[in-house]
Design a protein around this ligand. Structure first.
Ligand code: KIV
Length: 262
């Protein structure tokens, strides 16, 4: 998948879209040769790669740094990069400068969380030729307003607010919307109510596509086990086993062997 049109075609053809996050060159190369459709350089890099508790510590330099690394390894997939915390609320010139930096680092589109104060800017970017992905529900940059990483839209008022926001994002020109941690029935209603694809994380099976954080689906964090996550590998254990085997081989003088020496 290389274009915005392909996202829209997947929805028209009732085909599922797969996305994963990616923050670095080596995993980008692996993803590029997989069947996964597209990648997101998420501001979750702040948590996954830099050890912060939230995405609030991601800034434009961090996003540009990771986007540049990923884009060197991704040749065949669509690349979306996050606009980090508050950096779209510092005036339009600042936003345009940030988008310029992210695109020059290799992104094909940007993702912007929420709708509050941003709809005009999203419309402006789309009219300027910048594909924008929306993000609704449990938008992590608002974690302190929500009082934690919590399910959103499980009450009627908030559910109809999220549906309304999805329609507004479509009208503003978004080519797709991430729906994070909302009830499955609400994501079904939204997906049926709009013509652009929805990409779910913790939003059930009715979205057009799914996204997971790469390290989560690879099981790299043994203590992160939310209900929505399926781990496709026990990466934490596999890597630890490999490290311990290496350590043992060196200490028992099994590695390097004559064959591995010059
Ligand atoms: O930053 C991120 O990784 C995201 C996805 C989880 C959707 O926004």
């Amino acid at each position: 998948m290389k274009t915005v049109e392909s996202f829209l075609r997947y929805k028209e053809d009732s085909k599922k879209i797969t996305m994963v996050t990616c923050y670095d060159f080596w995993s980008a190369q692996i993803i590029d040769n997989s069947n996964v459709d597209a990648v997101l350089i998420g501001d979750s890099a702040s948590m996954v790669m830099h050890g912060y508790d939230t995405t609030i510590n991601a800034d434009i330099d961090m996003m540009v740094f990771h986007t540049a690394a990923v884009s060197k390894g991704i040749k065949q997939k669509f690349i979306v990069s996050d606009i980090p915390f508050l950096s779209h609320l510092k005036g339009r010139n600042q936003l345009v400068e940030n988008v310029d930096k992210i695109f020059k680092a290799g992104a094909n589109a940007v993702k912007i969380e929420g709708t509050g104060n941003t709809l005009n800017d999203i419309e402006y970017l789309v009219k300027s030729g910048i594909p924008v992905m929306g993000h609704l529900g449990m938008t992590p940059q608002s974690v302190h307003q929500f009082g934690g990483f919590k399910l959103q839209g499980n009450g009627e008022g908030r559910a109809s607010q999220i549906l309304d926001e999805a329609k507004k994002l479509q009208d503003a020109g978004c080519f797709s919307i991430v729906l994070e941690m909302i009830p499955s029935e609400l994501s079904k209603t939204i997906t049926e109510a709009i013509s652009i694809p929805t990409i779910g994380i913790g939003a059930g099976k009715h979205t057009t596509g799914q996204i997971l954080v790469l390290q989560d689906l690879l099981g790299m964090n043994k203590d992160f086990n939310p209900k929505f996550l399926r781990k496709y590998l026990n990466g934490y254990q596999l890597i630890q086993d490999a490290l311990n085997e290496y350590d043992k081989d060196v200490k028992e003088e099994i590695f390097p062997s004559d064959k591995e020496s010059y």
